[in-house]
Design a protein around this ligand. Structure first.
Ligand SMILES: [Mg+2]
Length: 324
């Protein structure tokens, strides 16, 4: 595998993240209106416009994923100080991308100390617990795609990338889980272009798939909730799934990542259906859809990725955040 081939895979993950992120962000608004749109599979404020004029802007999930992508592109590794600098740079280029208040404060404090104090700042947030927010998970898909053939490396780099801003075991476990899931999806996508469902791949079924992910995770709440996804059947009502797994409303890793893995795992080879299922749970919409998009794009065939979605979303590679 050449460096260039790895870059290509990470870029593909980034495309999935950006589409999911921008798609999910379209579904904030009046509750009844949004439910009706999801029921009809219509994207709010997009259906009556000329296709060329539709523009879906992505949010912080993609801006931070780009920082990780750039770091991998430069070094095929994660240097925590450099990555922190990239997060700060992307935040400063456009702070109005929906960053959480705590993350903004953390990045500002790190900037004031010229990032030398990043570790103390990350460790000391939330009264010394470190953040268990889902912000570390939403940005790691490029790591899983880049090193899909080395899951130990994926685990190490996902943890390192998490620690820069989210120094808590729940956050780093969530990040490892999402990165490993992306790596498995990439492996499935590459294994056999003709695969139509999980049963034709090396994992065979959803429980096997989750067991591989669990084997890379330390014991914690996030891990036990991911294990619980094996008991959630695909035909359960979305409200039941929400009660069992959470939907990111609490913005924590343990309230967000289990549903993402469940949704991506059950719609692994169908990017479009995965995102419609993901949005139906509402909650932290852009972040959930960013992760589901970043994972499932790797294992879905081209025809499962709507061309008008690709056309509509802000082009990450031409955005202010990407090094030219
Ligand atoms: Mg966001």
């Amino acid at each position: 595998m050449t460096h260039q081939e790895r870059i290509y895979l990470a870029q593909k993950a980034l495309l999935g993240v950006s589409i999911g992120d921008a798609f999910g962000d379209k579904f904030f608004g009046d509750y009844d209106f949004i439910l009706e749109k999801i029921e009809k599979k219509e994207i709010p404020n997009a259906e009556n416009e000329n296709l060329e004029n539709i523009f879906w802007e992505f949010t912080d999930d993609t801006a931070m994923s780009i920082a990780i992508f750039e770091e991998l592109k430069e070094k095929a590794d994660i240097d925590q100080i450099n990555l922190t600098k990239k997060f700060i740079k992307n935040h400063n280029l456009d702070p109005n991308r929906g960053y959480g208040a705590t993350l903004r404060r953390t990045l500002r404090e790190m900037q004031e100390t010229e990032t030398t104090e990043w570790e103390n700042i990350a460790k000391n947030s939330f009264e010394g617990q470190g953040s268990m927010g889902n912000g570390a998970c939403m940005r790691v898909c490029p790591i899983g795609a880049f090193f899909f053939d080395d899951l130990e490396k994926v685990k190490i780099l996902a943890k390192k990338s998490s620690e820069t801003t989210h120094y808590n075991i729940e956050a780093s476990t969530g990040a490892i889980a999402i990165a490993i899931t992306t790596a498995l999806a990439t492996k499935i996508g590459k294994e056999d272009e003709d695969n139509k469902d999980l049963s034709q791949t090396f994992v065979k079924n959803y429980a096997d798939f989750v067991d591989i992910i669990l084997s890379y995770l330390p014991d914690c709440d996030t891990k036990s909730k991911i294990a619980k996804t094996k008991n959630v059947m695909p035909n359960y009502h979305i409200e039941t799934i929400k009660t069992m797994l959470g939907n990111g409303t609490q913005m924590t890793a343990q309230d967000t990542v289990p549903f993402v893995i469940w949704c991506a795992g059950h719609y692994l080879c169908d990017f479009e259906s995965a995102l419609w299922k993901a949005i139906s749970i509402l909650g932290d919409r852009d972040t959930i859809c960013a992760m589901v998009g970043g994972i499932t794009i790797m294992s879905s065939k081209k025809e499962k990725i709507p061309q008008n979605w690709i056309n509509s979303v802000e082009k990450f590679e031409k955005s202010i955040f990407c090094e030219k």
